[in-house]
Unconditional design. Sequence first.
Length: 278
Amino acid sequence: MIQADVHMHTRFSTDSEACPRDMADEAVRRGLKTICFTDHFDKDDLEWGEEGIFDVDAYFAEMQELQKEYAGKLNIRIGIELGLRTYLKEYYEELMKKYPFDFIIGSVHNVPYKKDAGGNLVYTDPAAEKLFADRTDKEAYRLMMETTLENVKTFDCFQTLGHLDYVVRYGKTRKKEYSYAEFSDIIDEILKLLIEKEKGLEVNAAGLKYGLPFAHPHPDILKRYRKLGGEIITIGADAHKPEHIAYDFSRVEEILKACGFKYYTEFSKQKPVFKQLI
C-alpha cells in the first residue's frame, strides 16, 4: 500500500489556492503517513502572468510550523518542484545550497519553441497550446523529450524527474500519436542518464486525473526503466487541491506492480528511503 504522496502544491504555487493545513488534514484523513510539499519554483516562467516563484524563507517558516503541529500524526517533508531550463543551472544550484530541502523534483514545464526577432529562444508551457500551433503532436512530443534530455544532462540538483511525458495531456490527439516505441531513442537516453546519475523517476497520477489511460510516464516507460536497472520510483498525485491528494493511488500501485516494482521511494534530507509495496 502506498502511504506517501510526495508531490503536492499549495498557495505558494501560482496555480493553487490550497491552504497547506487543509492539505495535511486531508492526507491524515486518507490514511497517509508521509507527505511532501513541492511547490512550483519556475524561474523566468511568465506564461501565466506572474512569475512562477515564491518566497522560500516564508515557505520554510510555515512548513516547519506544520511539521511541529502534525508531529506524531503525519510526517511532513519540505520539498520543491524546480522548473528546469538549461541556462538556470547555476541559479538553481546556488538556491538549493541555501535551503535544507528534503526533496527536489526536477520538471520540464517549458520548452523553447521559437525565436524572437532578436534570435533569442522563446519558451512556452505545453498547457498554453502554442507549442502545438505549427507542429504535429509527434513533433511537439519529440521537442519536449529532447528538451527534457538536455535538462537531465545539465542538472544534478534534483532527486527525481517529474511527470515525464506530461506533454501528452495537451496534444491535439493526445495519446493517439504517442507511444514509448515512437520516442524510444530519446526516452532511453533519459532513463539511462537518470540511472547513471542515481536520480529517480516520478510516477505522477495526474495523467489519470486528466483522463489519460495511464499515469505519467506510460507503463512501457516504467517497464523499460526497470529493465535498464532503475529502482528509484517516487509517487505523487500532483494535487493542487485537497480532494486530489493520493488520487487513484490504488491504480498507481497496480501499475507499479505490473511493471515489476516491489518498492517505492520517499526522500528525507535528500536521501532515499525505500518502502515496500505490500
